[in-house]
Design a protein around this ligand. Structure first.
Ligand code: SF4
Ligand code: SF4
Ligand code: SF4
Ligand code: FES
Length: 967
């Protein structure tokens, strides 16, 4: 395989130390940090030592005995992977004796290995094959007729990789990868001596075992024993392109390994700072949707949603959309149209959409899907700390002593970060989980939370305030930090507020449902660390870090909880260094970026208010336009205005608002009342079924631009294949702007980023060239920061100056349980599916999760006569749907849970229009429902099924025209 595809392997992991040693290897001097292995030192010096069981992503194991070296003055032949370099050592890696020993080892391996190299899928990328070559093995004295494993059967149960035990050399790399890198502990070596073999679980198949298909073992395997099926089908790749995963907000770097324009496999990028060579099942394997047969690659238009689609040229589609938008504006007014940008799209694409709306439509009716997920983060962190973003790098968790996870389920939602967090927990950090469900982190292999505060949904504010009460009342605060870094007046007011007896854990126990002693214990742990724990903060203080997710934001008091989290971090002095901080785990790949790029109706790029005259005039001068100083409509306002009749046209790029937004029937009614809905997507998603113009979108493999992850890390998304529809998404937006009469003339996305940098102080130092050189950049990046930006925010002072405490009064949600609706429904996601599922449902990931299921506690199930797998009707004041039930003690009594990955489930038919007081973020996490056994789908589901069938038929009838290659 070409050298450029293979990532460098230095044999053992990097060691960080201030002290160094100098030694001589094969006559050359090399200086390395203390603790570095001889193998790594040799590799750094340019000398490759043969190896099989070692790889630089895993701790050395010392089992294969291939890496033996000679050390002057020492007897024997130590393994270089497990021997640390020492000052003044003289090491020889090559000698006739070493050659003989290594050849002997290889002979034993090969005597029990099928000699089918020419037809083996790893041919050209097999370390065993390489080592046979390196050691000069020419014949094998031990015959194949003896006892061997050549006829062991393959395990093909996993859809993405095979396990062929006949090729296994029992090097243990896979087992260690599953433990050290992934933290799942799904693999063991069963049997002894000759009978040892890798075994998922208790002699199960991979699919039956605990395996979560992250691929770490496949990546670690030096032979074809664990092999991607795509490589078996397509052969070895010939070039690779470094890009960024388009699923979650972790933003893992990948090498897309290619044959021409075809992806052979996605391999996690070792130098990617967000993932450091790890991945999850989605980014690693679930990319087949990009070339799925359902992709729509030609523009289509229709006058009404009851007509068949008509395939047209790009020019006709764009001109039709522009003329409709102009017609609507002249009839109903300038504010009658708007746009929705997408957190799946690149920063450059999002920037252009908001520019199109503000400059081309002439209004500020631009919003983004962050409205329905992390808008409270923007508001809450902006108010308290002064900027709307997480404070740390992911790596920072490695220095945390106490980790508080609130309303997040990282092992499912942010799996690669979860693996990193679990590693730190196995190394001794303590864990507090605040979540109504018993998520996997509460208890999993070698992980046990110190506290699980299983609160009632909707009571986050009461919980966060009572934690603060304990810290203040028991004097556990960091007074020095508060005096130096925070606003005194706001602190005193807040301190007086949280100290009130009604905010104590005892008083709040009725509200939260959590025992006061547990809350007190968790507060003490967060503020001071655990007994006997060696603490890493300054002067032996604790480093406590908070990670939170949509279980915090998607509430009527979402913004209040975010502010409460910031208060808690400030009062304990846990912001502004490594190992601490406030870390929103962003859901979608570019939700941070879509907010940064000015997608909210009230904010221009860089979170500057549209009413600010100085900011507005900078954009007016650059864009040659007058901007409206009034914020435009938010997404829910657009729907309401559509139903009222004043909002008639929408450009929706890369979002499926029908499936993802709450109260589906309300959203559908709003879209039905529009005169021109333009949807740009890769599939005919649920929203596109209500569209009049369909513009074919580009998948992440076809995009060129940048994504910004939850660490504020801007990474390149590089095109690995040309856009299937002929144009990138940014080009379609540009064509629409030009057709509307607002000129745009970018030659490439790099020029768009240059404009963003010119107009946005926090992005001033960002460019494609710099990202290409450095790998990634964390904003803010400008003349006042390091070249690669800002890894940790608020280091010496808060962005807003003094940190501001804000009073967090608990207000019970209006969404209360009643006799009619006695249970609380909360929603979330699972590992194998992603968001509305448009991508992952079109991959083999559906083998793990093929429908949305309702989780219910055994007590609630028994009361209703519900048995496992029964169909149950879930009814709320917004609507009703029917799902299959799973009875589980993960749930607490009174609370049920489901996901929203399948359109026919209609999870959002049930969710209501209740929303966060500050940002309108929907209260997805609290819906009062009743659950009862039923025998047939709900009325909504029957209606959905009819409408879906009609729309697919209308799509199938679309006229065929000559493929468009250019305009
Ligand atoms: S795919 Fe991941 S979880 Fe599964 S066995 Fe391999 S390392 Fe473990
Ligand atoms: S499956 Fe691969 S990595 Fe695991 S022990 Fe066998 S050869 Fe080594
Ligand atoms: S953790 Fe997120 S970014 Fe990383 S591979 Fe998985 S889905 Fe992609
Ligand atoms: S590589 Fe050192 S013992 Fe295997």
């Amino acid at each position: 395989m070409l050298e450029q595809v293979i990532q460098r392997d230095l044999g053992t992991p990097e060691v960080v130390s201030d002290k160094t040693v100098t030694l001589t290897i094969d006559g050359a001097d090399i200086t390395v940090p203390v603790g570095t292995s001889l193998m790594r030192a040799a590799m750094l010096a340019g000398t490759k030592i043969p190896k099989l069981c070692a790889t630089d992503s895993l701790e050395p194991f010392g089992s294969c005995r291939l890496c033996l070296v000679e050390i002057e003055g020492r007897k024997g032949y130590p393994a270089s992977c497990t021997t640390p370099a020492e000052q003044g050592m003289t090491v020889w890696t090559q000698s006739p004796k070493l050659q003989e020993l290594r050849k002997g080892v290889m002979e034993l391996y090969i005597s029990d290995h099928p000699l089918d190299c020419l037809t083996c899928p790893a041919n050209g990328n097999c370390e065993l094959q390489d080592m046979a070559g390196v050691t000069g093995l020419r014949n094998v004295r031990y015959g194949m007729e003896g006892k061997n494993h050549l006829h062991n059967t393959k395990d093909e149960s996993n859809p993405y990789f095979t396990y062929d035990p006949s090729k296994c050399i029992v090097c243990n790399r896979c087992v260690r990868a599953c433990e050290e890198t992934q933290g799942t502990f799904a693999l063991t070596i069963s049997g002894r001596g000759f009978d040892s073999r890798v075994s998922p679980g208790q002699d199960q198949t991979f699919m039956e075992s605990e395996c979560v298909s992250c691929g770490a073992c496949v990546e670690a395997c030096p032979t074809a024993t664990l092999q991607e099926k795509s490589v078996i089908w397509l052969g070895q790749p010939e070039h690779s392109v470094t890009t960024t995963c388009a699923y979650c907000g972790v933003g893992c770097g990948f090498k897309a390994e290619m044959k021409g324009n075809e992806v052979v496999r996605m391999v996690p990028w070792k130098d990617g700072k967000a993932n450091e060579g790890h991945s999850c099942v989605k980014g690693r394997f679930a990319w087949g949707y990009a070339t799925h047969k359902d992709r729509i690659t030609k523009p289509m238009i229709r006058a009404s949603i009851n007509e068949p689609w008509r395939e047209v040229s790009w020019t006709e589609a764009i001109n039709y959309a522009a003329s409709e938008f102009k017609r609507i504006q002249s009839k109903y007014g300038k504010g009658s149209i708007g746009g929705i940008s997408s957190s799946r799209c690149t920063n450059e694409e999002v920037y252009l959409v908001q520019k199109l709306v503000r400059a081309g439509f002439g209004n500020n009716n631009i919003d983004t899907c962050a409205r329905v997920c992390h808008s409270p983060t923007g508001y809450g962190l902006g108010q308290t700390l002064g900027t709307s973003a997480g404070t740390q790098t992911f790596k920072s968790v490695e220095q945390a002593d106490v980790i508080l996870v609130m309303g997040a389920n990282p092992t499912d939602g942010h799996p690669v970060f979860a693996s990193r967090m679990k590693r730190r927990l196995r190394d001794g950090a303590r864990l507090i989980v605040i979540d109504p469900r018993r998520i996997d982190l509460v208890k999993s292999a070698h992980i046990q939370a110190d506290y699980h505060l299983a609160l009632k949904p909707g009571t986050n504010v009461a919980m966060i305030t009572s934690l603060a009460h304990v810290i203040v009342a028991e004097g556990l605060l960091d007074s020095h930090y508060v005096a130096e870094r925070c606003d005194e007046k706001s602190f005193q007011q807040w301190r007086d507020f949280v100290s009130k007896p009604e905010n104590s854990p005892e008083a709040m126990a009725n509200v939260t449902g959590v025992d006061a002693d547990l809350v007190r214990g968790a507060a003490r742990l967060f503020a001071k660390g655990g007994q006997g724990q060696k603490l890493s903060g300054p002067n032996g203080r604790v480093n406590s870090a908070i990670y939170y997710g949509l279980g915090v934001t998607e509430h009527a008091q979402g913004s209040t909880t975010v502010m409460g989290i910031a208060n808690l971090a400030m009062v304990t002095g846990n912001i502004g260094r490594e190992g601490v901080g406030v870390n929103p785990l962003r859901g979608q790949n570019n939700v941070q970026g879509s907010c940064d790029m000015g997608s909210f109706p009230h904010e221009l790029p860089g979170y500057r208010h549209i009413s600010d005259t100085t900011t507005r005039s900078e954009f007016e001068a650059a864009w040659n336009i007058n901007l409206d100083a009034e914020p435009g409509l938010r997404i829910p306002n657009m729907f309401d205005a559509a139903i009222e009749g004043s909002f008639k046209g929408l450009y929706c790029q890369g979002e499926d608002i029908v499936q993802s937004d709450p109260d589906t029937q309300h959203v559908a009614a709003a879209l039905e009342s529009m005169e021109c809905l333009v949807v740009q997507d890769i599939f005919l998603n649920e929203t596109a079924k209500y569209a009049h113009v369909f513009l074919p979108g580009a998948s992440f493999l076809e995009k060129d631009g940048t994504f910004t992850n939850a660490e504020r890390r801007i990474s390149r998304v590089r095109q690995v294949m040309p856009p299937l529809a002929g144009f990138g998404d940014w080009e379609a937006t540009q064509m629409l702007a030009n057709a509307l009469g607002y000129p745009m003339n970018y030659q490439n996305p790099g020029e768009i980023m240059d404009e963003i940098a010119r107009l946005t102080p926090t992005f001033q130092g960002v460019s494609f060239d710099k990202i290409d050189r450095l790998g990634s950049i964390q904003w803010p990046c400008n003349d006042h920061t390091e070249e690669a930006g800002t890894p940790t925010m608020h280091v010496n002072k808060f962005v807003r100056g003094k940190g501001r405490f804000i009073i967090t009064e608990y207000v019970a949600t209006d969404e209360k349980v009643t006799r009619k609706f006695p249970l609380i429904l909360t929603t979330g996601r699972i590992l194998s599916q992603y968001n509305v599922g448009a991508q992952t449902r079109r991959t083999a990931n559906s083998l793990w999760h093929s429908e949305d299921i309702l989780e219910i506690h055994p007590h609630d199930a028994q009361e209703r006569g519900i048995k496992d797998s029964d169909w149950v009707g879930i009814q709320s004041r917004a609507g009703e749907t029917v799902l299959r039930a799973t009875i589980t003690e993960r749930m607490q009594p009174g609370v049920v849970y489901t996901t929203f990955h399948f359109p026919e489930s209609g999870a959002n038919v049930i969710t209501t229009d209740s929303s966060d007081w500050a940002t309108n973020c929907p209260e997805y996490k609290v819906t009062a429902v009743q659950v009862m056994p039923v025998a047939q789908p709900s009325e909504w589901q029957k209606g959905y099924s009819r409408f879906n069938t009609e729309q697919l038929e209308l799509l199938a009838k679309r006229d065929e025209i000559t493929p468009i290659v250019s305009n």
